[in-house]
Each structure stands twice: as C-alpha cells, then as structure tokens.
Design a protein around this ligand. Structure first.
Ligand SMILES: Cc1cc2nc3c(=O)[nH]c(=O)nc-3n(C[C@H](O)[C@H](O)[C@H](O)COP(=O)(O)OP(=O)(O)OC[C@H]3O[C@@H](n4cnc5c(N)ncnc54)[C@H](O)[C@@H]3O)c2cc1C
Length: 390
C-alpha cells in the first residue's frame, strides 16, 4: 500500500503541533510522584490537539484507520516529544486498545468503550501480565492464572495483574483471563471496587500517566455481553493487537530518538573543547554519524514491517524482528546522545535523559529482546527440519 498525500499532510500538521505547542509543555511541573504526567496536563494538551485538528490523527472521521505505513509517518512525528503521543492520543496502551476494540468489538462495544477513547475523553488499560512472585503470566502468556467462570449471564474474574500501564486513572480496561475454553478478553468499566490497586512502583520510565500498577481482581462480575469476541479466542485477539501495538511503540520512540539526536547535534555543533566544536572531533562526529545510519535503519525496518501488516498478514514474525532491531538500535542511539552531551546529557534540562530511560524500558515491554530471538530461533529450527526432512 502507498502512503497517500493526505497522510503526509496529517504528519506535517502533527509535527507542527508537537514542535510549536507540545514541546513547551516539557518543562510543565504537573507530574505525579512517579514523574508521570498528571491527567490535568494530558487533557489540557488533548484539548489543544482537538483545536488544532490533530487528535487521534491516525483514525479518520469515518472510523477507518490510516494504513500501517501511513500510521508510521504520523506516529513518528507525534513522538518528537515524549508528551506528543499523549497530546495527540496516539499513546500506548490506548492506541493498541483502540485498534483491538475497532477490530474485534461489537457495535455496542464501539459505542460504549471505543468512542470515548477515540474522542480523547478517557484513558484505557490492557490487563495481561501477572506477578512473577505469584507464578503468573509474563514472557510466557500460557502461564496465565487469572480465571474467569460463567455465572448466569455474567462471568466472574479472579486473579492478579502487574505492570498495568495507566490502570490508575483509566476508565476502560481490557482484562485477560482463563476459562475452560481457553483465554478470554473482557471490556470493563474502571475503576471497579472488585479491582484493587495494590501498588504502583516507581519505574525507570516516566512518560505514561498512571504509571504501571499491580492489581488484585476479586470476584469481578462482568456481563457476558462485555466479552470481547468469543470465549477461548483471547490469545488470537492478543495477536491481532500485538503486531501493530509493537510497531507503534517503535514509531513513537523513533520520533523521540530523532529529537534526541537533533538536541545532541545542536550541542555538538555549538560546544567547543580543545580548540574546536565537538562535532569536529572524530569520536563525537562518528557517534552522530552512527546515529544517522541507525535512525534510517530503524525507519526502514518499521516501514518494511508496516508494509507486511498492510497485506493483511498478522506479521507476528516480522513485528518480532522489527521490535528487536528497532528497540536495540534506539537504545544505542539514545546512549550516544547522552554521551555526546556530557554532563548535560544526564540532566533533565533536555529530554535526552528521559528518552534514554524510556527506550530502556521498551527493550522489555511488548516482549523482551531475548524472547523474540528465542521464538525466531525456534522458527529457524522448524524451517531447517522441514527443509531437511528431519
Ligand atoms: C514499562 C512497562 C509497561 C508495561 N505495560 C504493560 C501493560 O500495560 N499490560 C500488561 O499486561 N503488561 C505490561 N507490561 C509487562 C510486560 O509485557 C512484561 O514485563 C514482559 O512481557 C516480560 O514479562 P516479565 O516482566 O514477567 O519477565 P519474565 O517473564 O520474568 O522474564 C524476565 C527475563 O527473562 C528473559 N527470558 C524470558 N523468557 C525467555 C526465553 N524464552 N529465552 C530467553 N530469555 C528469556 C528475558 O530477558 C526477560 O526480560 C509492561 C512492562 C513494562 C516494563
């Protein structure tokens, strides 16, 4: 699929909005005690995005999505500030959740749960991971211990969840739980007295409102018509969400690294040491040159994977490869930006240190690098066996 002129125009508008309106908010002190932006700040920026015509820019007024290649050009621009995706409503987990409800939800689900998200009036959370100390699902989703049991025209859910981004303050939740038929997904209104937030730990990243909560679900009763799709198909739907959600993280954090590289370049072109500007010292110039090369490689990897998704493929393998390649490249890029800027690089005077922290967490969520490589290695072995009749 091609990238339309319309999508490029949207990307230009988003870039102008982020650079002119969002970047000045980077110094806004309205943060919670974890350092994450408060909802008051998020919804103020969303109001400005609505006025500027760039709220939820990847979903068109008729409810259709830009294709994935087009989504990439728009989401990369929204990522030029860590606050950009929050302002434009292209942030995780909402973006992935909107995609999932849009693809699997019924008309009623869309009206009740999707509409407030698309309109930027509410936040959502995706409840899959479970605490390691409880022996629940982490890298291995088949270890899911949260259960759901039918009871009349309701389901009753019990279990624990952890690292649930944005659960604190969210209005919509997508809960995964295990029934006799297999994994199920439910749409729930949040907050609910049956879902208790046990802890919101401090984490290395600080971009996501509500941070990442650990929860106990105690006899949560959900009407049967709030099941997303069919019982037992939960992992299949998780796959529907997974590839585009992984890729959109790559897009946003690529945008952030492009900006960090701009800031580091500006520093290296102004700051002098040993009689010349830093960029003229080969050690610094080469770091910026390597950044330029890896930024382009990341962009191409995203575009390649997006074009696979645009064929209608689930793109599970391709998004795995893209996630590893992009997150690892962005880590190296962010690290070089910090290094080029010396002491300034580790202060909060610029977003460079935050980008470094955010990208570090990104190497873990949506599948740690090693899990993607492990599953790729299994595929390589399978293909070898097929090819060799072994
Ligand atoms: C910032 C952040 C936000 C998150 N948001 C959400 C959310 O909104 N909703 C949600 O449901 N979850 C969320 N998660 C959870 C995330 O998906 C899990 O952390 C991730 O799947 C890893 O699970 P785990 O933490 O239990 O690690 P574990 O499963 O304990 O794995 C630990 C490490 O073991 C290694 N490992 C595991 N398996 C293999 C293997 N087969 N081969 C080689 N090495 C392996 C990897 O290096 C891995 O990092 C978030 C996590 C973070 C850090």
């Amino acid at each position: 699929m091609t990238i339309s002129r319309h999508a490029l125009d949207i990307a230009d508008k988003v870039e102008a909005f982020v650079r002119e309106t969002v970047i000045p908010y980077e110094q806004d002190p309205r943060r919670d005690h974890h350092g994450a932006p408060l909802d008051e700040l998020v919804f103020e920026m969303k109001d400005k995005a609505r006025e500027a015509g760039v709220l939820t820019p990847h979903i068109l007024p008729d409810g259709s999505h830009l294709n994935q290649r087009e989504t990439a050009v728009v989401l990369i621009k929204s990522g030029l500030s860590p606050l950009g995706p929050l302002a434009c409503n292209t942030m995780a987990p909402d973006e992935g959740n909107m995609y999932l409800i849009g693809h699997v939800g019924s008309a009623e689900h869309k009206e009740r749960f999707l509409k407030p998200l698309v309109e930027g009036r509410a936040r959502s959370a995706f409840l899959m991971t479970e605490p390691a100390e409880w022996g629940g699902a982490g890298s291995d989703p088949s270890m899911m211990k949260t259960t759901c049991e039918p009871d009349g025209n309701h389901w009753v859910i019990n279990g624990r969840k952890t690292f649930i981004t944005g659960a604190y303050g969210a209005k919509v939740g997508i809960v995964m739980a295990k029934a006799e038929e297999g994994a199920c997904m439910f749409l729930v209104d949040l907050p609910d007295p049956a879902i208790h937030i046990d802890e919101v730990p401090n984490t290395i990243d600080t971009s996501m409102p509500g941070s990442h909560a650990t929860l106990t679900i105690d006899n949560l009763r959900v009407p049967a018509d709030q099941m997303l799709g069919e019982a037992g198909e939960g992992f299949k739907y998780a796959q529907v969400r997974l590839s585009p959600a992984r890729l959109s993280h790559c897009m946003r954090w690529l945008g952030c690294c492009i900006r960090a590289h701009e800031i580091a370049t500006d520093y290296a072109c102004r700051r002098e040491a040993f009689g010349k500007v830093l960029i003229e010292h080969e050690g610094v110039g080469f770091m910026l040159a390597e950044n330029r090369i890896e930024l382009k490689q990341a962009e191409l990897m995203i575009d390649w994977c997006a074009s696979v998704l645009d064929t209608g493929s689930l793109g599970t393998v391709e998004s795995s490869m893209a996630k590893v390649a992009v997150s690892e490249a962005l880590m190296r890029i962010a690290d070089r930006c910090v290094q080029v800027m010396g002491g300034t690089g580790v202060t909060d005077r610029t977003i460079v240190e935050q980008v470094f922290r955010e990208v570090r967490a990104f190497r873990i969520y949506d599948g740690p690098t090693e899990v993607h490589k492990w599953s790729l290695a299994k595929k390589i072995k399978r293909e070898w066996k097929e090819a060799n009749g072994a």
